[in-house]
Design a protein. Sequence first.
Length: 243
Amino acid sequence: MTNVLLVEDDEKLSSLIKRYLQQQQFDVDIIHDGSIAAEAILTSQPDLVILDLMLPGEDGLTICRKIRSQYKGLIIFLTASEDDMDHVAGVELGADDFVIKPIQPRVLLARIRMLLRRNPNNEPRTELTNYQNDPLNNICTALCFGSLSIQYSKRTVVLDETRIPLTTSEFDLLWLLATHAEEVLSRDFLYKSLRGIEYDGMDRAMDTKVANLRKKLGDNASMSTRIITVRGQGYLFVPDSWD
């Protein structure tokens, strides 16, 4: 059973998250005070820490800074802010993911499961410089396809030596597509993996995100060669088209 330590001062929210994750067979403990969180994390060494950014006592970034060198598990930040600077600071300190408030429990669960699949048994995550050499490795933190480089640990994308600014959701979509290169991903799979919900057959939000991603990555919408639409099936990331 995966051990989770939730550091969140909102008692109603923390109770909701704990109850939901316990229903999904997670073992969950809660801390409401940031001033005691670092010591508790280092003492108990849980598999996963869910860490609110704004806490009484010490904030989430300070806690992350204190523990990261001695804690090898996963860290997910909860934040009400979509400020890129907060996200950059968190990533630089060693955060694995961010979930934006208000929290949807199913989305949080999907993010947790995605991280656990990438990092089974909390083994040290290794850098992989060319994903095509190891397409089944689920614990990599770096992918490289020709002129495209994706760094999950830093949540950065570089194309033709130019950094491409992506939103959090755009980066998550690109990473999911790239880690399943040459595999057609259905809309239902994308919705379940990224949003924790089933595709209703009508929502076009994912199509819009794909279109925005293509635009930023220089993939001509009418003649896409990098992220292509497979009619009636979904989307396909083409690994050989980034030279």
